[in-house]
Design a protein around this ligand. Structure first.
Ligand code: ADP
Length: 507
């Protein structure tokens, strides 16, 4: 990555290489792939390397070498680079948000939020450089000192999805770096530019060569070799459950720590005492923000029978008014889906829901017309009359498609909300404090919101889910530090004699 302050130049470059050991590297495969704007597929954002195992190997070698010096840089000094990164990201926010909307589609307001999340993570993790607390504890023996300290894990392999193109890479890279690890990141094939922008910023902030390396490419060719590589000490993956299962199995075969963050089918419960206007507002944002392409998207809305009709009418009315279009155009509220495959998935689930007997109340089709001709646009879609066992109520669509279900009692709402294989995010709208607290206790999910939709995570709280959403790790907050460090227990005996734990009494 060339000289500092050349960010403008970088985003105009259309041909990218891998970033390995502080240098641009042409992939051994000599292959590239195109990154196109999903709102206008005639707009080529850039071409990126379609890397293979040899490229991954080069990057891992560079990261392994860099680890020997990076791990010895004091954590507060490592943190200073993150702090500077946060400052530079803030300066470049507008440009990076613009790049992100161009490659991923979500509206500018949201891509600004995505960059902001990386800024917040930079500052939060920079603060950790002066904490990274371990424990001191008494020893059972005299003149003996006991403590536990956090050690870096080593080379961390990171596989990112496309829906939060800068925020999610920052959730992975920044805690790993402050803890003293080095990294090889494989961006999602739909949104590599934002990872390049992020890493460019780290480099401009003073990150030494080899500490972060980018290998771009497709999952089976560049992602799988990263998971398998014997010198990669830990894997952090965010993506589909299908791929996550494979990644987890491969990592397990190598006894490699592996953090998996996967799907959701997130329920919003609207009780009969809810502020309905607020709930409708939340539903629109939760279901159709990021064009429904969030793992925390509100994809099921559970309505108390007493308010179902009123809520549904209002939601349909507001949904039909949403402006769908190019996220760079002011006033547009919902961007395109990220690629043709995602549109096909939305179409497939519409057909499935209709066949199951659900009632289509809004949307249900791709948008054509002049304003939508060049992109992957799908109309915000609402299904009512959905039953808990239907596939549209069980499976993740990852598009602007929401299912409305009804319930008679609070207990039934909790049962329906929990009756899925995922457990990422949940929400309840109620003014009854007892019900709110019962929901916080009883909803099976990593995240519960009260009087807010299922989206809106903040970086200093743990992020992740239960059941098939994940495998028990958390990103965000101190949970990330737990993944990117390993505990070392240290005993210092200053008695000048052999003292045997559990045997000598110390008398
Ligand atoms: P999505 O369907 O949302 O794109 P995926 O799980 O397919 O989710 O992709 C998430 C990330 O996982 C991407 O960076 C992708 O390239 C990567 N990936 C896909 N297949 C594999 C694989 N077999 N091994 C490792 N990574 C993979």
């Amino acid at each position: 990555m060339a000289a500092k302050k050349n960010t403008k130049k970088q985003t105009k470059t259309t041909q990218f290489k891998n970033w390995i050991g502080g240098k641009w590297a042409v992939p051994h495969t000599r292959k590239t792939f195109e990154n196109r704007n999903p709102a206008d597929t005639s707009d080529l954002v850039g071409t990126f390397p379609a890397s293979g195992p040899q490229d991954v190997d080069d990057a891992v070698v560079a990261a392994k070498e860099a680890f020997q010096t990076w791990r010895l840089v004091p954590a507060p000094k490592r943190a200073e680079i993150l702090y500077r990164t946060g400052e530079l990201l803030a300066e470049r926010k507008e440009q990076y948000a613009h790049d992100m909307t161009r490659e991923m589609g979500k509206v500018l307001e949201e891509t600004r939020g995505d960059v902001q999340e990386a800024i917040d993570t930079a500052f939060y993790m920079a603060g950790e450089g002066r904490r990274l607390f371990g424990h001191t504890t008494p020893s059972e023996l005299q003149s003996k000192f006991a403590m536990s300290v956090r050690m870096p894990v080593g080379v961390c392999g990171m596989i990112a999805p496309w829906n939060f193109p800068m925020a999610i890479p920052s959730w992975k890279l920044f805690p790993a770096l402050v803890c003293g690890n080095t990294c090889v990141i494989k961006p999602a094939e739909d949104t590599p530019l934002s990872t390049y922008n992020l890493v460019q910023t780290l480099v401009d902030a003073g990150l030494p060569k080899g500490v972060v390396n980018i290998v771009a490419g497709f999952g089976p060719d560049a992602g799988a070799p990263l998971v398998e590589h014997p010198d990669v000490d830990a894997i952090s993956f965010t993506g589909s459950s299908e791929v996550g299962r494979m990644v987890g199995q491969t990592a397990a075969a190598h006894f490699k720590p592996c953090s998996l963050e996967m799907g959701g089918k997130n329920a919003m419960i609207v009780m009969e005492d809810a502020n309905l206007e607020l709930a409708v507002e939340g539903a629109l944002w939760g279901a159709f923000g990021t064009t429904g392409q969030r793992c925390t998207a509100t994809s099921r809305i559970l309505l108390h029978k007493k308010i179902a009709k009123q809520f549904t009418a209002r939601l349909v009315e507001r949904t039909e008014k949403l402006r769908v279009g190019n996220g760079l155009v002011q006033g547009v509220q919902v961007g395109p889906q990220v690629n043709a495959q995602q549109i096909e998935t939305s179409e497939r689930y519409v057909a499935i829901a209709l066949a199951e007997g659900a009632n289509l109340l809004a949307g249900g089709k791709r948008l054509k017309g002049k304003a939508h001709a060049e992109g992957h646009f799908f109309a915000p879609t609402i299904f009512a009359g959905v039953k808990p066992g239907m596939r549209i109520a069980q499976e993740e669509v990852f598009g602007p498609v929401v299912a409305l279900l009804q319930f008679d009692s609070f207990e039934q709402a909790i049962e329906i909300a929990n009756g899925i294989s995922y457990g990422l995010s949940t929400s309840i709208y109620t003014r009854d404090v007892n019900r709110a607290y019962r929901a916080m206790r009883d909803l099976e999910a990593g995240i519960t919101y009260v009087n807010a939709p299922t989206i809106g995570a903040e970086v200093h709280l743990p992020f992740g889910g239960v059941k098939q959403t994940g495998n028990g790790h958390r990103e965000g907050g101190t949970g990330a530090l737990d993944f990117y460090t390993t505990w070392k227990s240290v005993y210092v005996d200053y008695s000048d004699r052999l003292q045997r734990a559990q045997i000598d009494t110390g008398e």
